[in-house]
Ligand binder design. Sequence first.
Ligand SMILES: [Mn+2]
Length: 358
Amino acid sequence: MTVENSIDTAEVLDLDQCLEKLYNGQLLSERVLEWIAFKAKELMVNDGNIVHLQSPVTMVGDIHGQFYDLLEIFKIGGYPPNTNYLFLGDYVDRGYHSIETISLLIVLKLKYPTRITLIRGNHESRQITTNYGFYTECVTKYGNDSKVWSIFTDLFDFLVLSAIVDNTLFCVHGGLSPNVQTIDSISVIDRFKEIPHDGPMADLMWSDPDIELLNFRISSRGAGYQFGINVVNKFLHINGFEKIYRAHQLCNDGYQIFWKGKVNTVWSAPNYCYRCGNKASILEIYDDSGNPDSFRFNVFDASPDSEKEFLRIETANMAGAIDGMDSLDINGLNIETNANTGFEHRMSKKAPYVEYFM
Ligand SMILES: [Mn+2]
């Protein structure tokens, strides 16, 4: 795998200047994004599908374009490079600020390559982003003729598939696959492509644990599997791991523990889609002892700025047409809303119930 260099390499990129802009919520120019994506590919092409990390490390689950909540994460968890971060994927779609979110994460990766790890989620995909907000946001913010969506979705092909912390914690966006018994079967995947509809690469990003199950069952999401305790025990035993950490599912409390901690979900988008009222968390791992006090789910609520931004956008949209009440079913909670506008409005029309919590 090589990266084609279509840009003048003599140009010097000022990452500090980019960071200052991005931390202030400003967008980078298309030309700068192109250059950043090129440098990020050049960096990530050398990563294996599985990245090995050592504690201390802080894991972050789904963010989904909730940029002000990402800033909140840095406020409570520490700013890079003082804290090592392992992001578990789903940076884009749903929220209003997917571009700001992914731009900041990529620039941080370039600035502090060993301090930031970015795993690919099922939303880091051409097909999914076309339907769930990121494509629309790119066109809205950069114009119809811009290449920004292609720049990012081409870059997504380079993100790693999983990470192993302290040789004992397996970290992935979704979960296990019937085609992945050992981590060697992850290493041999050709990941530099769009996420396939099925097979091990898709399963790692789409699967979910299910406490009712012993083995695998086809997922109701339409991709990946639901997996049970026998599958988990076997995977942990064969590979010498203690726990699996993953994201991918909304948790009301910000995290969820399955099978006494053998599988854990980290969810980092508080008040998901500005309406679910859920808490979020980041998982802080302090050392490799595995003791109960060696890690902590640091739970947090939505940033006041996130709420403000939602109200600002909603108010702006109120000036436009609203066609009445809409209703969404999220994890069994039926949420009525009459403030269903903007990106959300377009998404909810396209998104059937099962896909709403993809
Ligand atoms: Mn997901």
